[in-house]
Design a binder for this molecule. Structure first.
Ligand code: NAD
Length: 256
């Protein structure tokens, strides 16, 4: 379905971003990967799906590096047809104890980076009259949890950015939507499981159950593969007029 298209997924060396990248590659899209840590493994996984793959290590907290990454993608593949703004970090602390430097980092990586990548991707998408921008928000773009001030502010912000982008592209073949996962068992969440296990004297399995019990009625983690399929739907022809939604895949978290 996506043969000949190019997708750029930020933060795709791990977790949800890698899951979405694999789902898009399985549909034939060429991929530009980004993120920290091992990039050779994820590149090999994507190449095994029979598409072209490139990697750029831009730090998404730095606008100049985002510009370099978008220029690299355009040079390598002509243009970016599908932009998935996924890179994100978490920091958990009460507002009065929240390190100012962590607030700035979360806002830069989880929110401002999406603005920069979007502003740089839009001209070519509009010129081609086709494009998909998918922002990986969170249930925390719709509701709050204590001790996640920067994350919740950034995720509510990205849901707002999604709506504005959808309105500014509404008469074109470019769409913009957000995905709002509940708990997904990635390294980002494993850190929170580990912290809970230590704080409450629980085993890893007990801490996972406790985490789910507090918020997610299904008592199941959503998987990167399931989120990948939702991204594929947004890219399909059936998604042509799906614009500005914040689609939760959260085991009932926000239905409560
Ligand atoms: P993860 O830690 O597995 O992956 C994060 C990715 O972002 C990695 O590839 C990492 O290298 C990259 N990254 C981090 N900082 C970066 C930076 N400055 N520049 C470039 N890349 C950077 O986490 P994940 O759970 O897969 O999270 C992906 C997205 O999904 C995030 O936006 C997160 O907020 C969102 N999300 C996660 C969950 C969950 O339960 N895991 C739930 C809702 C939303």
């Amino acid at each position: 379905m996506l043969k000949g298209k190019t997708a750029l997924v930020t933060g795709s060396t791990s977790g949800i971003g890698l899951g979405i990248a694999k789902a898009l590659a399985a549909e034939g899209a060429n991929l530009v990967l980004n993120g920290f840590g091992d990039s050779a493994g994820p590149q090999a996984e994507i190449a095994a799906l029979g598409v072209q793959v490139a990697y750029h290590g831009a730090d998404m907290s730095r606008p100049a590096e985002i510009e370099a990454m978008m220029a690299f993608a355009a040079e390598r593949f002509g243009r970016v047809d599908i932009l998935v703004n996924n890179a994100g970090i978490q920091h958990v602390a009460k507002i009065e104890d929240f390190p100012v430097e962590r607030w700035d980092a979360v806002i830069a990586i989880n929110l401002s980076s999406a603005f920069h990548a979007t502003r740089l991707a839009l001209p070519a998408m509009k010129a081609a009259n086709w494009g998909r921008i998918i922002n990986v928000a969170s249930v925390h773009g719709l509701v709050a949890s204590a001790e996640k001030a920067a994350y919740v502010a950034a995720k509510h912000g990205i849901v707002g950015l999604t709506k504005v982008t959808a309105l500014e592209t509404a008469t074109t073949g470019v769409t913009c939507n957000a995905i709002c996962p509940g708990w997904v068992l990635t390294p980002l969440v494993q850190k929170q499981v580990d912290a809970k296990a230590v704080a409450m004297g629980l085993s890893n399995e007990e801490a996972k159950k406790q985490l789910l019990q507090e918020k997610e009625p299904s008592m199941q983690f959503t998987t990167p593969e399931e989120l990948g399929e939702l991204a594929v739907f947004f890219c399909s022809a059936a998604g042509n007029n799906v614009r500005g939604v914040a689609w939760n895949m959260d085991g009932g978290w926000t239905a409560q």
